[in-house]
Structures are given as structure tokens and as C-alpha cells.
Design a protein around this ligand. Structure first.
Ligand SMILES: Nc1nc2c(ncn2[C@@H]2O[C@H](COP(=O)(O)OP(=O)(O)O)[C@@H](O)[C@H]2O)c(=O)[nH]1
Ligand SMILES: [Mg+2]
Length: 190
């Protein structure tokens, strides 16, 4: 783990705290396991004409704050925060849960791509506690029958104890990201 020697905080958390000082727009954060489709979705939401796009990769650590990935992708009204994903050696769930400045976020977009893990439930609980609005995105929904959609919704609601917004999204088939954009706009009153 990359700990800062002086105060024993992981350096990615020190950097993220400091990065918030430079942001004046509402921050919409993308959370989820590595490989759950966060960066691909953000890329679509940014559309054409952005000066900077998040890195998407076949490898699961394409987004890495300790390498070259920026935290924020700014538009005229929103600063989107792409995150590396949690549950890895570098980015443990407990580091995020204990130390990340969740109160500085305006909205949380939480990605699950399939099986729900205990890390997901733990992390989601923290988001609920932060009392900011959450949209739960079921990514990799490339082709789903109506019946399985209902089953998945029930499973997500039960696993996360969540009655809020759920969006089925596929970056492969371009499904769901317009709905997600609308949800963000409505929540922020744009
Ligand atoms: N089939 C399919 N592949 C996806 C989808 N979203 C992302 N991917 C692929 O999954 C890999 C990881 O995606 P990425 O957006 O980097 O995930 P992140 O780690 O959560 O940011 C890339 O190869 C993407 O092309 C999806 O909805 N469907
Ligand atoms: Mg990524």
C-alpha cells in the first residue's frame, strides 16, 4: 500500500482531499468494483467535445489515481469524479470507507456489473450513511429479458436495502446512459 510516511494515510486519499479544494462545481462520483464499466459510462456521458476523457481498459486497473488518472472531468456545470474502484490492494474498501471525504460529493452513481459481493454491500452502506442521493446502475446489461430484469431489481433492492433509482445500462449496446444523464440533471436541478 502506498502510505504517506508522515501521517500514515494512503497518498491517494491525501491527494483526493486536496483535489476537492480546487473544485467549485457539484461533484458526481462514479463508484464500483474495477471493471464494472464506470469509465466507459462516464466517457459516454461526457459526449463529444470534452477536452479530457477517462481511460477505459481491458485490464481492470485502467483508472489509477496513483498513476496518471485525473480525479475530475469537468463540464460547464458538473465535475465528474471517476474512481479506480475499490476492493484492490491499492484501493481497499476500508480506506475509502474510513477516510474518503464523502460529504464533499453531490451525487453518487454506484455500479454493479453482476454478482454482488460483500465489499459492494459494505461500500453502499457507507454511501447511504453519507445521505447524498444515489443512483444504482446495473452495468453490463447487454441483453436481459424482462423477467430477469425484475429478478435482478428485487435482488438489488434486497441486497442493498435500497428503494431509490435503479438504471440498467449497457456500454456495448448504448442502453441506459441517457436515462442516467437525465437522472443526474434532475437531481441537480439543471
Ligand atoms: N459487454 C460490455 N462490456 C463493457 C460494458 N461496460 C464496460 N465494458 C468493458 O469492460 C472493460 C472495463 O470497463 P471500464 O469502463 O474501464 O470499467 P471501470 O474499471 O469500472 O472503469 C472495458 O473493456 C469495457 O469495454 C458493458 O456495459 N458491456
Ligand atoms: Mg475506470
Amino acid at each position: 500500500m502506498n502510505y504517506n510516511k508522515t501521517d500514515c494515510l494512503p497518498s491517494f486519499l491525501i491527494d483526493s482531499w486536496q483535489a476537492f479544494d480546487t473544485v467549485t462545481l457539484p461533484v458526481v462520483a462514479f463508484w464500483g468494483q474495477p471493471g464494472s464499466g464506470k469509465s466507459s459510462t462516464l466517457k459516454k456521458i461526457l459526449g463529444s467535445g470534452a477536452s479530457l476523457y477517462p481511460k477505459v481498459g481491458l485490464e481492470t486497473d485502467a483508472t489509477d489515481w496513483l498513476r496518471d488518472s485525473p480525479l475530475f472531468f469537468h463540464t460547464s456545470f458538473i465535475s465528474f469524479m471517476d474512481t479506480p474502484g475499490y476492493g484492490t490492494k491499492k484501493y481497499s474498501v476500508s480506506d475509502f470507507i474510513d477516510l474518503f471525504p464523502f460529504s464533499k460529493l453531490a451525487l453518487n452513481i454506484f455500479f454493479v456489473s453482476g454478482k454482488i459481493y460483500s465489499d459492494d454491500v459494505k461500500f453502499f452502506k457507507k454511501l447511504i450513511e453519507s445521505r447524498k442521493r444515489i443512483c444504482l446502475v446495473r452495468s453490463f446489461s447487454d441483453s436481459l429479458e424482462k423477467e430477469s430484469i425484475n429478478l435482478i431489481v428485487n435482488d438489488l433492492r434486497k441486497s442493498f436495502d435500497f428503494q431509490g433509482k435503479i438504471i440498467f445500462l449497457s456500454n456495448k449496446n448504448n442502453i441506459g446512459y441517457i436515462k442516467l444523464k437525465e437522472w443526474i440533471r434532475n437531481e441537480l436541478n439543471f
